[in-house]
Design a protein around this ligand. Structure first.
Ligand code: SER
Length: 322
């Protein structure tokens, strides 16, 4: 384990920040190299500025640090991606090709590619959405993830590259703000609640979406990556279910701590994206192959988010938390 050298692209993002720290905790600070297109401080490990469009720069880092694994997280998310579809496709796909090619040529041991519930479209059943179903995504982000899933499977079959992947639901965490996703409301709402602000919700009150707490998302990622190779039967991307809820349910959960918390609903273009996504997914293959089980319920998440954000903003923690 101490011989691993793990590169993370997009380490400054919502998942990247926390995953980088988890990898440092598991492998040690000298075994992890964080990278992002922007300079970012406060990593407890070496950091490199990396635009993954540039193959030479990826190769340089691979050789300089003798990289053995890559977590390729750099991407544009669903909502932001709709503002500039061609650039989103280019960033999400070109950087993946670059990482795959560099990995193939330098005999990397393992790679991680994040996929998403955004791969699903109107053709898929909405409840307990099966792993294997027709995929007709409505966003460029979703299209790039469907294509990415196909390509990683191709690199596995053709070159034997050990690439593993999860279809993440919306991720809820307190450490960083999400950047341009459709599920971001479920993070933003806690920031408003602890600051006693009215929250303007761009998703209708009864739209159910699959979500996951950051701790569960990180644990799933590490469990998948550490599972024996022969257990990874699915080489596209595993469905991953954490929990499912609608805005009105998260509001109810928050009101156990802030009874006067106010929300107004003003659905925007993100509603039409959410309308094409599942309400819950069938993750039985993840459960069977590498033992996946989620831990956090909605009320657990509320307690964690409120406590951590009150610390962050130096606010009084509501009595219900103590
Ligand atoms: N959270 C992501 C998004 O909303 C889903 O992968 O774009």
């Amino acid at each position: 384990m101490e011989n691993e050298k793990i590169l993370i692209t997009g380490a400054g993002g919502q998942l990247g920040r926390v995953l980088t720290q988890a990898l440092i905790d598991n492998y040690g600070p000298q075994s992890v190299i964080a990278s992002d297109i922007l300079p970012i401080s406060n990593f407890d490990c070496p950091f490199e500025i990396l635009d993954a469009h540039n193959v030479a720069d990826i190769n340089k880092i691979i050789h300089q640090y003798k990289i053995t694994q890559i977590y390729h997280l750099a991407a544009i998310l669903s909502a932001k991606g709709e503002n500039n579809p061609l650039a989103t496709w280019d960033i999400n796909i070109t950087t993946l090709f670059n990482v795959l090619e560099c990995a193939k040529d330098s005999n990397l041991k393992k790679l991680f590619f994040p996929s998403s519930i955004a791969v699903y479209g109107t053709a898929a059943p909405k409840i307990n959405t099966p792993q294997h179903v027709f995929l007709n995504p409505s966003t460029v982000y979703g299209m790039s993830k469907v294509a990415g899933e196909q390509w990683i499977q191709y690199y596995y079959s053709k070159y034997g590259l050990d690439i593993r992947s999860l279809r993440y639901p919306g991720i809820i965490g307190h450490q960083t703000m999400p950047g341009g996703g459709t599920t971001d409301y479920a993070v933003d709402i806690y920031h408003s609640a602890v600051k006693n602000k009215t929250f303007v919700c761009y998703i209708k009150e009864d739209t159910v979406l699959p979500m996951i707490y950051i701790d569960d998302a990180i644990r799933a990622t590490l469990e998948l990556m550490e599972a024996p190779k022969e257990n990874i039967k699915l080489r596209s991307s595993y469905n991953l279910q954490g929990l499912s809820f609608a805005p009105k349910e998260i509001v109810e959960s928050i009101r156990q701590h802030y009874p006067h918390f106010e929300v107004v609903y003003q659905p925007d273009f993100r509603q039409s994206i959410a309308d094409t996504w599942p309400q819950s997914v069938d993750d039985s293959e993840a459960r069977q192959d590498w033992g996946w089980r989620p831990h956090f319920s909605l009320d657990d998440i509320s307690v964690e988010m409120i406590t951590q954000l009150c610390y962050r903003y130096e606010l009084n923690i509501p009595l219900t938390q103590l």
